[in-house]
Write a protein that binds this ligand. Structure first.
Ligand code: PEP
Ligand code: MG
Length: 591
């Protein structure tokens, strides 16, 4: 008889609201522990074939990587590529791994790992040249291992809806997952403003982060329940708790529906417009977007184009991008749409973009800093956007702007590209607004200067707060210091909003703050009128605008901004919300 499993409750950080119940599924994007088992007799041939196929696939992907980056490779990079290709072709390496499969009766993953570890240890004891070789062997081994592990996952991936566990879910991973099958997400890494949180909220998937070694707590086959607002996860919950989770889920769905239906979205949108308030959406794609949600908004305030570049093995061409942007314009049907140029670097990587290793990626080569130096990437994108502008109104937004010179440089480039398009006789937009993200503190401090050259500004509070508080937005150890309602942060935001007003240019907030009940209210009181958010946040933002006039919000925020802690601001705003909105606010209030 097997011992009954221990039921467990784990406390993490709620990063996307909602509750879920279902079987756990492990998603391994890092190699971590590789599966190890002894082969049954007759299994060797299949394992050898798996190994061969994995080598073949990894080699092909690697060749592709080299071919798409040739123009940007230094001599040193080229040598590394050549050394790696020689390893993929190295018959001896494959034979020694194969020998472990046949003689030691190991599965392909374990045989590969053991041989790589053995070679690395050997090379590391030798001279400098061989030590470099150790890194090459490790790298090639990892790439082949990833193919092996991923294959196993694909086999697992078919079937029923699951609660997915990953140590860290990278933006590109989310593209390979079928979001309709995700009941919930549990991760080890990722704060409230992390990309996994943003994507989970955008897709309405409840998620909890900060759960360590979940694989040890919840073995495969476990049932898991989670509450993404309270940040709780239960392993093999009691039937009573399962019942409660199910009831909460039904209640949340009903409450959201009620809130959505209580004022027809379209008429509410119009009445907000009369008050000068714009509700815009943050979008990565239209796959899971209900068209009625789009109708309830004034357009797309932030289209994160980097997602178009992920989940593929080469840069999309100018023509491919043009077709894509035109399709977006068709979806938004005459409403405004702001495309942000590709924002990679930091925690957003592209497999086919080889960048040097950085000590501090968040402070390094990301956003516009990177794309300025990568014309193969930026120029086709800007040309495609300019050409798409002939088919509908669009704006271009630059990510990670630090100084006004960057806006000027982009403007000069856009003018040159328009000239080229004119000479080539290609239809394009002549008057395309160019804006800057304000997400670097110095850009916030210099917003008035920035606004002399930029046509508009969009405040990226996710990054701005990470840099203001010196808190990595993915690091849960310091998540308590990530404080959107800190009065000093609010005062800085007030100054940026005021700079926009004086310049007579649009200011939007497109970070997560724009749509979270208390911070939406705070921003409204600070004078903001353009809010761009994940679709999941629309109901709570609408609740704010239905319950508070601009004057009330202003008076409230004027009085709370004088205190000295985020906790106090939170408590005061919460009390005001409780008084005005009553029970309607409950599903949206943080724990
Ligand atoms: C931000 O930083 O607030 C933002 C909207 O950009 P992202 O979350 O994509 O970095
Ligand atoms: Mg950002």
């Amino acid at each position: 008889m097997t011992a009954p499993r221990r039921r467990r409750a784990v406390l993490g950080l709620g990063i996307s609201p909602g509750v879920a119940l279902g079987p756990v599924y492990y998603f391994k994007n890092d190699i971590g522990e590789v599966p190890r088992r002894e082969l049954a007799s007759g299994e060797e041939a299949a394992e050898l074939a798996r190994l061969d196929a994995a080598f073949g696939e990894a080699e092909q992907a690697f060749r592709h990587l080299r071919d798409t980056n040739t123009a940007n490779l230094s001599e040193h990079d080229r040598r590394i590529f050549d050394a790696h290709l020689a390893l993929y072709e190295d018959e001896l390496l494959r034979q020694s791994i194969a020998a472990r499969i046949t003689h030691q009766r190991l599965n392909a993953e374990a045989a590969l790992k053991d041989e790589v570890d053995h070679l690395v240890a050997l090379f590391q004891k030798m001279d400098e040249l061989h030590r470099e070789r150790a890194a090459d062997v490790r790298d090639v081994g990892n790439r082949v291992q990833r193919v092996l592990v991923r294959r196993q996952q694909d086999a697992l991936a078919s079937g029923q809806p699951v609660i997915l566990w990953a140590r860290e879910l990278l933006p590109s991973d989310t593209l390979t997952l079928d979001r309709n099958r995700l009941l919930g997400i549990v991760t080890e890494v990722g704060g409230e403003a992390s990309h996994v949180a943003i994507l989970a909220r955008a897709s309405g998937i409840p998620a909890v982060s900060g759960v360590q070694r979940f694989d040890a707590l919840a073995p495969p086959g476990s049932t898991v329940a989670l509450d993404g607002r309270k940040g709780r996860v239960w392993v093999d919950p009691q039937p009573r708790l399962c019942g409660a989770i199910e009831r909460t889920r039904t209640r949340l769905v009903a409450e959201r529906r009620l809130l959505q239906e209580s004022a027809p979205a379209e008429s509410l949108r119009k009445s907000l417009r009369k008050r000068g308030i714009s509700l815009l959406l943050n979008i990565e794609n239209f796959d899971n977007l209900d068209p009625s949600v789009l109708r309830a908004a004034d357009g797309v305030g932030l289209y994160r184009t980097e997602f178009l570049f992920m989940g593929r093995s080469t840069f999309p061409s100018e023509e491919e991008q043009l077709a894509f942007y035109k399709d977006v314009l068709r979806h938004v049907d005459g409403r405004e749409v702001t495309f942000r140029t590709i924002d990679v670097g930091g925690d957003k990587a592209l497999p086919y973009l080889v960048t040097p290793r950085e000590q501090n990626p968040a402070l390094g080569w990301r956003g516009i800093r990177l794309t300025f130096e990568w014309p193969d990437l930026l120029i086709p994108q800007l040309r495609a956007l300019l050409r798409a502008a002939a088919h509908g109104p669009l704006k271009i937004l630059l990510p990670m702007v630090t100084t006004v010179d960057e806006v000027r440089r982009a403007r000069v480039l856009l003018d040159e590209l328009k000239g080229d398009l004119r000479r080539q006789g290609l239809a394009h937009g002549e008057q395309v607004a160019l804006g800057a993200m304000v997400e670097v503190p110095v850009a916030a401090l210099a917003a008035a200067d920035l606004l002399r050259d930029a046509d508009f500004v969009s405040i990226g509070t996710n990054d701005l707060l990470q840099y203001l508080f010196a808190v990595d937005r993915n690091n849960l150890q310091v998540a308590h210091l990530y404080q959107p309602l800190h009065p000093a942060a609010l005062r800085l935001l007030r100054d940026v909003i005021a700079a926009g007003r004086s310049a007579g240019k649009p200011i939007t907030v497109c970070g997560e703050m724009a749509g979270e009940l208390l911070s939406t209210l705070a921003l409204f009181g600070l004078g903001l009128r353009r809010f761009s958010m994940s679709p999941v946040h629309l109901p709570e933002a609408r609740l704010v605008f239905r319950s508070f006039s601009a004057e009330d919000a202003l008076a409230l925020v004027d009085s709370v901004i004088t205190v000295d802690s985020a906790a106090q601001v939170g408590a005061l705003l919460r009390a005001a919300v409780a008084e005005r909105c009553g029970a309607a606010a409950l599903p949206f209030l943080p724990r």
